[in-house]
Each structure stands twice: as structure tokens, then as C-alpha cells.
Design a protein around this ligand. Structure first.
Ligand code: PMP
Length: 412
């Protein structure tokens, strides 16, 4: 696999051969896929490994009394090693397989929350969270009579981290924030947040759903206590994802779900639980999905996240400056530190109309509130249109998007 040119820039044309799905027409127009923050496309390498496992058969994992079961278990557990390496986790049992970011956050809100968050305690999130990093904590606070507090952001979409000094009290039990906002594109200063929290011995959870595919992450260097991501946003199958958690926390937490695999011994009188990571992995997981996720992570790692980040930043700047040349556009989220996402509104055209008309011209973007109502509320808007780039997008994609935008806004 050679994905870099001699000067170490990404070789996008070679990369795009791995994504034949991008080379299709919709409504007789070339597809321009700019909805990568919602979900990414998968390279043929992922497709091939997944279809191989369907074709050749699988057995259920961790019940290796026969060949197929043994083979599936090895491939599945190999994914754990790959994620451990990818995130540089200290121990392989610190990687818990989940359906995605949402399940990983729910796991912590329940498993950590039921042990450590009691009546009168406080949980802190930020104003720019995806609903999946708000609602699980709200449900916890409702159950346990705790309070949810919020770090605000300013009108550029920059998190007001200084406010943490006022928000943190001796009642604060956990802080959970997104690394990169799926609406504003803001890259948050998570190191600073973690350092502040740790001064008070408060653990920090990082929602990395929009980060793992755009920036290298080393959980030991970050020193976060928990981190969640989704497979489908990093070129892997849907229904896969992972939670990283420091062993010392995971050991003290309650299991999230009960069922097969997460137990050591069950009787009607009492049940003892399996060791980490299995204590948090009840039931048969998406075995083939995780085998595909391993391949996706190998693929991204072979290209290199530094090179990906540099190229995507270039595309983001180009798209932003070109979009601002379209009459009537306002960009939502103007932090100087941004990644891969541009949300915007038009003075006359509703975002749904923009999305629908762009779609007919082959341009796939997302419209709406992006599962982050508080962000729309902050700007007092009904929603926005959002274009989000990946390393497989090209300058030509951006040019087609901008030309389509110019055509569409003329109708209003
Ligand atoms: N957090 C962020 C920042 C996201 O962008 C998303 C997905 N849009 C999620 C959490 C939830 O991810 P999933 O639906 O894959 O669980």
C-alpha cells in the first residue's frame, strides 16, 4: 500500500482507488461526499476482510472448542491489540468493545455513576456536546439526585476553559467533554481540562468520536481517564467502537449490562463477574464488525494520522475561504483551532432546502441540529448545514460543492 507521494504528501488518487464507492453518480451527477462527520465510507480492504469472514464462516468467540470459533476469537482479540496500540493504552484490558461512542459513554455514566455519583454530587459537561454526551449524564443525575453543570463556549465556538475554576467544587465527580465538536469543528484544549481536573483528583472522559480519525491520540500522554470512539467514523463498520478506561477506574466500576461472557460464576444466590475487559462485554458482540474495524485502523495508521491531519486542514481552509465568497453565508464555529467540519447558514435559504438542492446536484452534506441542540440554541438558529471533509476528498470536490452552492443560493 503506497499512499504518499515522494514529498510525503498524501497520494489522493491512489487512496481513492481504495474507495470505489466514491466513484459513483447520484442523480446522474458525480457524488461529492462531504458528510464524513456523520459517517465515513469504508475502503475495499475493510470490505474484503468482512466478506472473507462471512464467506469462510465464523464461530462464536471465547468458546473455542472448534476451528472456526478459535479463528474468530483470535481475529476479534487481535482487534483489541490493534486499538490498544492505536491509542497507546498501557494494558489491553483497558480497551472495552462497544457498539460505538454512545454506548461507551452510557457504560461510564452507569458503571462509574452508580458507584461514584451520589445525591448532591456534580457532573460537568460542555455546552458543545453531542446529545450522547449530555443525556446519559442527565439520566444519571436524575436517578441519583446529582447536578449537571456546563462549561460554556463563546460566540466563536471556543470553550471557556477558565470557567472550569468556578464550576469545579468538592462535589464534582467527573468531567466529560468532546475533543472535537461535530458542529463547530472546535478542537478543545483537552490537556488543559484534564490537568485542571486532575489537580482536584477528578477523572475526565473524552468523547473522541470526531477526533480519532483526524488526529493522533495517545491516551497515556493525554492522561484522560476514559475515551470513547466509533468505528464507523474511522472507516470501519457500523455497530463497532470502543471505550478506553484506566484500569484502576474500570476495576471499581459496576458492570453495565448483565449476560453471557461478563460473568465468572452464576447461581440464583449470587453472581461473580469476569475479569476486565469481559466484565463490560455482555453477550455476543459484532464479531465480524470488529475484525473489519481492525483492518480500518490498520489502513488509517498506514497512511499516517499526521499526514491525514495536515491534508484535511488544507482542505478545510480552502473550503472555508471559498464558502465565504458565496453571498449570504455565515459560518457557525470560527475557532482558530478547528478540524474538518464547516457548519453554515444562509441569510435567505433554510438549511434543509440547501441540503435538498445540493443533494440533487450530487453533493452530500448534513443539515439540521446535528444532535447538539444546545449549540443551535446558543446561536439562536433552527439548525445549520454542515460539510465535513475526509482525507479522500479533493480540491475538486470542494470546487464542485462551491459551484453547487453558488447555483443553489441564486434561487433564493
Ligand atoms: N459524539 C460526537 C462528537 C459525535 O459526533 C457523535 C456522532 N455524530 C457521537 C458522539 C455519537 O456517535 P455514535 O452515534 O457513533 O455512537
Amino acid at each position: 500500500m503506497i499512499h504518499c507521494t515522494e514529498d510525503m504528501a498524501l497520494d489522493i488518487q491512489t487512496i481513492r482507488k481504495d474507495f470505489p464507492v466514491l466513484d459513483q453518480k447520484v442523480y446522474n451527477k458525480p457524488l461529492v461526499y462531504l458528510d464524513n462527520a456523520a459517517t465515513t465510507q469504508r475502503p475495499i480492504q475493510v470490505e474484503e476482510v468482512v466478506s472473507q469472514y462471512y464467506h469462510n464462516g465464523t464461530g462464536n468467540i471465547h468458546r473455542a472448542s472448534h476451528f472456526l470459533s478459535d479463528k474468530s476469537t483470535m481475529a476479534f482479540e487481535n482487534c483489541r491489540d490493534i486499538i490498544q496500540n492505536f491509542l497507546n493504552a498501557k494494558h489491553r484490558e483497558e480497551i472495552i468493545f462497544t457498539k460505538g461512542t454512545t454506548e461507551a459513554i452510557n457504560l461510564v455514566a452507569q458503571g462509574f455513576g452508580e458507584v461514584f455519583v451520589g445525591e448532591g454530587d456534580e457532573v460537568i459537561v460542555s455546552e458543545m456536546e453531542h446529545h450522547s454526551n449530555i443525556v446519559p449524564w442527565q439520566l444519571l443525575c436524575d436517578r441519583n439526585n446529582a447536578t449537571l453543570k456546563v462549561i460554556p463556549f463563546d460566540d466563536n465556538g471556543v470553550l471557556m476553559v477558565d470557567k472550569l475554576d468556578e464550576l469545579i467544587t468538592e462535589k464534582t465527580k467527573i468531567i466529560s467533554v468532546t475533543y472535537i465538536s461535530n458542529v463547530l469543528g472546535t478542537i478543545n484544549p483537552v490537556r488543559e481540562i484534564i490537568a485542571k481536573a486532575h489537580q482536584h483528583s477528578i477523572p475526565v472522559m473524552i468523547d473522541a468520536a470526531q477526533a480519532v480519525q483526524h488526529t493522533p491520540i495517545d491516551v497515556q500522554e493525554l492522561d484522560c481517564d476514559f475515551l470513547a470512539f466509533s468505528g464507523h467514523k474511522i472507516y470501519g463498520p457500523t455497530g463497532t467502537g470502543a471505550l478506553y478506561g484506566k484500569k484502576e477506574w474500570l476495576e471499581k466500576m459496576k458492570p453495565y449490562q448483565g449476560g453471557g461472557e461478563m460473568i465468572e460464576r452464576v447461581s440464583f444466590k449470587e453472581t461473580s463477574f469476569n475479569q476486565l475487559p469481559y466484565k463490560f462485554e455482555a453477550g455476543t458482540p459484532n464479531i465480524i464488525g470488529f475484525i473489519g474495524l481492525a483492518e480500518a485502523i490498520k489502513y488509517v495508521t498506514a497512511i499516517g494520522l499526521e499526514a491525514i491531519a495536515a491534508y484535511e486542514e488544507e482542505l478545510l481552509h480552502y473550503a472555508t475561504s471559498e464558502l465565504l465568497k458565496v453571498d449570504g453565508i455565515r459560518i457557525i464555529g470560527t475557532s482558530p483551532n478547528k478540524s474538518s467540519v464547516i457548519s453554515f447558514i444562509h441569510e435567505k435559504a433554510h438549511h434543509y432546502d440547501l441540503g435538498m438542492l445540493l443533494d440533487k446536484l450530487g453533493i452530500a452534506i448534513r443539515t439540521g441540529r446535528h444532535c447538539a441542540d444546545p449549540i443551535a440554541d446558543h446561536f439562536d438558529i433552527s439548525g445549520s448545514a454542515r460539510a465535513s471533509v475526509s482525507f479522500y476528498n479533493t480540491k475538486e470536490d470542494i470546487d464542485l460543492f462551491i459551484a453547487a452552492m453558488k447555483r443553489v443560493v441564486q434561487m433564493f
